[in-house]
Design a protein around this ligand. Structure first.
Ligand SMILES: O=C(CO)[C@H](O)[C@H](O)COP(=O)(O)O
Ligand SMILES: [Fe+2]
Length: 216
């Protein structure tokens, strides 16, 4: 089974993003997660294109970009050009998810769809065979450092059942409150990609934390 760690740069030292990228380059993490927040869909504002471009310049890992913005369809081409390798949008932010999926595909990059914890998993059923990944938020999108929501395990099981029933091949990613303690149970539950911000960048030894998340 595919097991990927995608550390979230949101928890890095923004005064030294190059060092953060280089640390991840030298780690066992396979992807780098980039949180784009607009102060509208979510109450927080993170960063935009210039920071994404700077990270792209220094990162050797695929950039896993998580859009928490209204009207994502307006910006897909710019995010692709700025360096996104995987572009994930929130189902809640669009009227026609299929057309957004097609717009992202047209850029030649991978596409993901995501929902907040209060959105029924069943809304994803029409899309699981049309995307490369489904991201289940395990906290409400907007801030790093929140506590993992325990009802997420039931939601992961429900998503897994839908993916199997539809014989789809998308990866399952979770984001929010992931750490060394819950990584192994999440992988055992069928999750393929773990996003981890504060657990990685706040750790005394981030390389060891990433290693432990993949191997315990
Ligand atoms: O999308 C996000 C928040 O909206 C972040 O990716 C997520 O919260 C990661 O941070 P942490 O691992 O510290 O919970
Ligand atoms: Fe995220």
């Amino acid at each position: 089974m595919t097991k990927i760690i995608s550390p979230s740069i949101l928890a890095a030292d923004f005064g030294n993003l190059q060092a953060a990228c280089e640390m991840i380059n030298g780690s066992e993490a396979q992807w780098l997660h980039i949180d784009i927040m607009d102060g509208s869909f979510v109450p927080n504002i993170s960063f935009g294109f210039p920071v994404l471009e700077a990270v792209k310049k220094h990162s050797t890992k695929p950039l896993d970009v998580h859009l928490m913005i209204v009207n994502p369809e307006k910006y897909i081409s710019r995010f692709a050009k700025a360096g996104a390798d995987i572009l994930t949008f929130h189902y809640e932010t669009v009227e026609n998810p299929l057309s957004v999926i097609e717009l992202i595909r047209a850029e030649g990059i991978k596409v993901g769809i995501t929902i907040n914890p209060d959105v029924p998993v069943s809304v994803l059923e029409p899309f699981v065979d049309k995307v490369d990944l489904v991201l289940l938020m395990t906290v409400f999108a907007g801030y790093g450092g929140q506590k993992f929501m325990d009802n997420s395990y039931d939601r992961i099981a429900e998503l897994k059942e839908i993916i199997e029933r539809k014989k789809a091949h998308c990866l399952i990613e979770v984001d929010g409150g992931v750490n060394e303690d819950n990584a192994s149970i999440l992988f055992e539950s069928g999750v393929n990609v773990l996003v981890a911000g504060s657990a990685v960048f706040g750790a005394p030894d981030p390389l060891k934390t990433i290693h432990n998340m993949l191997n315990t």
